[in-house]
Structure formats: structure tokens, C-alpha cells
Design a protein around this ligand. Structure first.
Ligand SMILES: [Ca+2]
Ligand SMILES: [Ca+2]
Length: 652
């Protein structure tokens, strides 16, 4: 027999046992409806199944001949009663718990939450029923052995019920749990994740081990307490509440008794599969999710994994972290969403927005390339708006740019002009429908020039810029519906970078009466770098973005109509109108590499369609003064942009 302090206080599995359940009509993936409630499939679909992860399960043993468990039984399993490998279950409890975590996906029976994880079943030495010290030592001993074997995730569907939170309960720790406390401290120092069921006594407080961080706060970050709901998420009477463990507690399916229980493996002699209910069944759903989280984030600490499981839970019961359900219901769908890489493209969109802002400036400088008047100093106000549709990997985005530019240019005879400019632009990026935004502030030093040689003409501008970027991500994939969302969680960051651009046209000037037609080839290169940055304020969703270097090329043909200058009042008014097509290449899909909890993720805008640009302007020249107005409109199937600049030049 199992010793009293273990078995009698463990969840009474027999009380809820019912008839076998796996009939003709079932699916291996959904035979345990609990997997549906926690959206395990969403994580599995991304390829996260617990591969390579060992889960320690301190329990009553398991039937090693069970075909749904044998493939996933780890070599380090140990039965202290026979001082050897686990072959049998002294109850049926351990077999049931192990199946919820890691029953194999092998075409028979059912599958666990982490069906490719390995179970290290740990069976303590049975002692006299009333010898608490022996029980304590036996538990500590198998734990220590598992830690030595590098097991770092532990399921504990058992517990002592020493009136957590009371002085009497505290006193019992020193007499009945000294060995455990020592080994738990060691486990936490080794960065393990320890999962405990809250117990089945219909109490408002959890069992002692589930609540242990209440007495020993140094354990809290690596500790998870688990209360139960039914397979469909309804309250169940037996489950002890999270109580004073609320900050490290959540809920998972534990069944509602009888054939409303959780179906899992039981020893073959007892039929192979059966229902059972209890927080004993809820805890292994969470432990399986921790194993999946470990595979998702191999470089994360155990404390980070525990936090990740809590903050991705769905709020249930009273709003926020509450004394009944803690953080809420385990949700592997949110875990999968956070790991999928979707929703991480803000920096990629910001790279696009920065280029759009630059296009507004370049269009503004074009006003000076069309000028025909005398040398002089000028100033201009710039504005523009761009948007692109949602892509396969990026949210819809809108970028608004405002700016000021000033410069000086010199006419070199009738046919050439050279100038220099300083410009400031600020571009605000929004992702409509999401609480994500970014701001790009650019300072640009540019030169520009235009010349003609016979029927040939060439004109263009080039510059270097420094940019300050700031990012706010308030819509964090996987945080949807959690208490963090309700608390207004957002990840913010700032960084800066440098870059350059060159934009030019070469073509032919063909006279057409009073006007001229200029067919041309256009080309642009823009290069930007952003220093890597770390988001803050976004809890486990914070990204560490690597240094970014984006070089985008655009080129294509166009044609321009230059209207001859005409006197209007005392001014000489000229105008131009052009249309061109550009193809893009280089980093024109704006990929940003980052890490979340140490795992590589990336944000990507994706390739946008090649745009057609319409541009035109009017200039009125009074000799000493020239005013110019330019506008442009860019269109592609998935994006458009428009902008304008208004400039004044004083000749001297
Ligand atoms: Ca199976
Ligand atoms: Ca709640």
C-alpha cells in the first residue's frame, strides 16, 4: 500500500471512477475533451508537442505495459519501493495523471497535452501510514534523484492539507515537511517549474504544497497551483479555490465526477481507459502545457515559462486575478498565438513608414529641381499620408508625415541647378483596429541637382539621415482576453538609426510645341539601420529586436509633361505632370528579426504590389520670389499614398 500521508491526502480517484469510455466513435486528439477546452490543438498545430521535454510525475506509479504510455516512459522513471524502473501502478492514479500529460499520439486510445514529452514517473518509498517524517523523506528523496537526472518540470497531483495560511499550518511545515521544503528550494534554485493541484476538499484555500510560496516567497516565480473546472469550463464543487495562492494559480479541466470526468489511461487490468475527476486531473493539463511551453522557448527560464502559462490564461470568474480561479483558465491557444510570430510586425511597418516619410521629402525636393529662376534660399512645408492593406503577415498600417525643409540653391546657367537642404520630418504610424503605433522622426541633410545636355536631362537628390524611432505595442498576440489585457499591458521601446537615400531620373527632353515631353527612367535606393532594442512593459511578450538593416531599391520608367512658362499677372507660371511605374526589390518586405523569451521570431510586412506614381506641380515666379506647390499620388493594389509640399524661394 501507498503510505497514508501520500495516498489518503492525494485526490480520491476511486470516488469518481466510472465505466470505460472509448467506444467506436472517438478521435484520438479529442477523446479527452479537456484538450479542446484548453485549445491544445492550436499549439500542436504549430508543431509544439513537448518533444525533447521530460516531465517528472510524483505519483503512484504507472502501468508500463500500457501501449499509450510505454512509448513515452523516460528511463529516469524510478520506483523507490523496488529501487528500480517503474513497471506498475500501486493505484490507478499515476497512470491516469501520466496519460493526461503525455499519452502517445500513436493512432490508438487518446493523446496527452504534450504527447511527445517523456514521463519520468517518480514513486516514493511506501512507509508506515502514520509516519509523516518518513513520508517527507521519501518524497524528498525521489525529488532529489530526479533533479540529479536533470528533470526540471514536475507534476504533483497530491498534497497535504495543513490548513494553509493558519499558524497551525505554518507550524506543521517544520515537523512534517522539512525535507520537501529543502528539496523544493533546491528545485527552484535549479530553475524548475513545480505544479501542484490545489486539492479536492471544497475549501477556499489550497492544500499546503500548492500554497507553499505563501510561506516561502522565493518559490513563487517557479510555482503553479492548479484548481479545477469541468470539461466544459463550468465550476466544480470539490475543487479547492486558489485562495492565497491566487497569484501563482490557474484553472484547468478536472472533470465533474462520474462520466463527466476526464478520460485518460488507467492500468490495463482496470480496462486501459477510464474517467476520473479532481484537481489531480487539472494539474497535469497545466504541466503538459508547461512542457509545450518549454519546447516553444528552449532558452527561457523556468520562472518565465510559469509566468507565460499564467499570463496567457483566459480570465474567468470575477474580473482579474481572483481568489477562486487565480489567473483564469489555461489557454494554449493564447500560448500558440504568442509564439506564432504574428502581431510582431510593428517595427517592420515602421521601416515602411520611414520610407514613406522619406518619399514625401523627396517629392518636396523635386520642386527645386523644376525651378528655373535665380539662385536663392527657400523653405517648404511637407505633408503626406500613406496606407497599406493587411498582408499575410502584417496588419494594415497608416503613416502620416509632416515636415519642414529649408535650403539654398544656385542656378548654373540656364541648364543646371545645384542645391543643399536640411529637413525635419515626423511620421506617425498606426495599425488601425490595434493598439499599436510608432513614430519616426528624421533629420535629413540632402543635396540635389539638375542638368541638361542637349536632349538629355538628369536630375535627382541624395541625402543622409538620422532617425529616432519609438514603438508602442498595446495589442499583444496571446494576451487577448487575459487579465493583463484588462490592465492595459503594452510593450514600448525606442531606438535610433542612420541611413541614406538617392533618387534620380535620367531621360530625354523632346520639344512639343510650347511644352516638352520627357520620357525617363527613375531609380531610388533607400537604406536604413535601426539599433537593436528591447521592449519593456510587455511582460513575457516583450521582444528583443536585433539590429535592423533595410535596403530597398525601386526603379521603373515614366513620362513627364513640362508646360511652358506663361505670364499670369506679374508672375511667370509653369507646371509639370508625370506618371511612372516602379518595381521594388531588396528588403522591400521589411523583415525584422527578434526574440521572445529567447526564441527567434520575426515580423514581416511582406511584399507590396509595385506602385504607379502620379506627380505634378505648379510654380509662380515673380523674379525675386517664387512660390511652388507640388502634389503626388501613389497607387498599387494594396497600398496608396498622397502628399503635398508648399514652398517659397527668395532670390538673392
Ligand atoms: Ca494514443
Ligand atoms: Ca478572474
Amino acid at each position: 500500500m501507498f503510505f497514508k500521508s501520500f495516498s489518503a491526502l492525494a485526490m480520491a480517484v476511486g470516488a469518481f471512477a466510472a465505466s470505460p469510455v472509448l467506444g467506436q466513435d472517438y478521435s484520438e486528439a479529442t477523446a479527452n475533451e479537456g484538450l479542446v477546452l484548453i485549445n491544445a490543438q492550436a499549439a500542436n498545430a504549430l508543431g509544439f508537442t513537448g518533444k525533447g521535454v521530460i516531465v517528472g510525475v510524483l505519483d503512484s506509479g504507472l502501468d508500463a505495459s500500457h501501449p499509450d504510455l510505454a512509448p513515452n516512459l523516460a528511463d529516469v522513471s524510478y520506483d523507490a519501493n523496488i529501487q528500480g524502473p517503474v513497471v506498475r501502478d500501486y493505484d490507478m492514479h499515476g497512470t491516469h495523471v501520466a496519460g493526461i500529460i503525455a499519452a502517445a499520439r500513436n493512432g490508438i486510445g487518446l493523446q496527452g497535452v504534450a504527447y511527445d514529452a517523456k514521463i519520468a514517473m517518480l514513486v516514493p518509498q511506501t512507509g508506515p501510514d502514520d509516519d509523516e517524517a518518513a513520508a517527507d523523506a521519501a518524497i524528498a528523496s525521489v525529488y532529489a534523484r530526479a533533479l540529479d537526472a536533470n528533470v526540471r518540470i514536475f507534476n504533483n497531483s497530491w498534497g497535504f492539507n495543513y490548513y494553509t495560511g493558519t499558524p497551525e499550518g505554518r507550524a506543521r511545515l517544520d515537523t512534517a515537511m522539512r525535507g520537501q521544503i529543502e528539496v523544493f528550494r533546491r528545485a527552484v534554485a535549479l530553475d524548475s517549474v513545480i505544479v501542484f493541484a490545489t486539492g479536492n476538499e471544497s475549501q477556499s484555500q489550497p492544500n499546503t504544497q500548492a500554497g507553499l510560496p505563501y510561506y516561502f516567497p522565493e518559490l513563487q516565480a517557479n510555482w503553479l497551483a492548479v484548481t479545477a473546472v469541468s470539461r466544459t469550463g463550468e465550476p466544480v464543487d470539490y475543487a479547492n479555490h486558489c485562495g492565497l495562492a491566487a497569484q501563482w494559480c490557474l484553472a484547468a479541466p478536472g472533470g465533474a465526477g462520474g462520466d463527466e470526468g476526464i478520460v485518460s489511461t488507467v492500468p490495463l487490468a482496470q480496462g486501459g481507459y477510464d474517467f476520473s475527476s479532481g484537481t489531480s486531473m487539472a494539474a497535469p493539463h497545466v504541466t503538459g502545457a508547461v512542457a509545450v511551453a518549454r519546447e516553444m522557448f528552449p532558452a527561457a527560464s523556468g520562472a518565465e515559462l510559469a509566468r507565460f502559462v499564467l499570463v496567457t490564461a483566459t480570465d474567468i470568474g470575477a474580473a482579474g486575478v481572483d481568489p477562486v480561479y487565480g489567473w483564469g483558465l489555461l489557454n494554449m491557444g493564447n500560448m500558440a498565438a504568442a509564439r506564432s510570430g504574428l502581431g510582431l510586425e510593428l517595427a517592420a511597418n515602421a521601416g515602411w513608414a520611414a520610407d514613406e516619410g522619406q518619399a514625401v521629402l523627396i517629392q518636396g525636393l523635386d520642386a527645386r529641381l523644376k525651378a528655373r529662376g535665380a539662385s536663392g534660399a527657400w523653405g517648404a512645408a511637407l505633408g503626406g499620408r500613406s496606407r497599406h492593406d493587411e498582408t499575410a503577415t502584417a496588419s494594415q498600417a497608416e503613416a502620416d508625415t509632416l515636415g519642414l525643409a529649408a535650403g539654398y540653391d544656385r542656378a548654373l546657367g540656364q541648364d543646371a541647378r545645384l542645391g543643399a537642404a536640411l529637413a525635419w520630418t515626423t511620421t506617425d504610424l498606426d495599425e488601425p483596429g490595434l493598439a499599436n503605433s510608432a513614430k519616426v522622426e528624421s533629420f535629413t541633410l540632402a543635396g540635389y541637382g539638375a542638368t541638361t545636355l542637349g536632349v538629355l536631362f538628369a536630375e535627382g537628390s541624395a541625402g543622409v539621415h538620422r532617425r529616432d524611432y519609438s514603438f508602442t505595442r498595446g495589442s499583444l498576440a496571446g494576451a487577448a482576453g487575459t487579465v493583463l489585457e484588462a490592465q492595459g499591458l503594452s510593450a514600448t521601446a525606442e531606438t535610433d538609426g542612420y541611413g541614406l537615400f538617392a533618387d534620380g531620373r535620367i531621360g530625354l527632353r523632346l520639344p512639343a510645341g510650347q511644352a516638352a515631353i520627357r520620357p525617363f527612367l527613375h531609380a531610388r535606393v533607400s537604406h536604413q539601420t535601426l539599433d537593436g532594442f528591447n521592449e519593456r512593459g510587455g511582460d513575457v511578450f516583450n521582444l528583443a529586436v536585433e539590429d535592423v538593416e533595410l535596403t530597398r531599391y525601386q526603379a521603373g520608367p515614366g513620362v513627364e509633361l513640362l508646360l511652358a512658362a506663361r505670364p499670369v499677372g506679374s508672375a511667370s507660371v509653369s507646371g509639370d505632370l508625370s506618371v511612372r511605374y516602379d518595381a521594388s526589390w531588396g528588403d522591400s518586405d521589411y523583415v525584422i528579426d527578434a526574440a521572445m523569451l529567447g526564441a527567434q521570431v520575426s515580423g514581416r510586412l511582406g511584399e507590396l504590389d509595385d506602385p504607379v506614381t502620379l506627380a505634378g506641380g505648379l510654380a509662380a515666379d515673380w523674379g525675386a520670389l517664387e512660390a511652388s506647390l507640388r502634389g503626388f499620388y501613389v497607387h498599387a493594389e494594396d497600398q496608396d499614398a498622397h502628399g503635398a509640399s508648399l514652398g517659397l524661394r527668395v532670390a538673392f
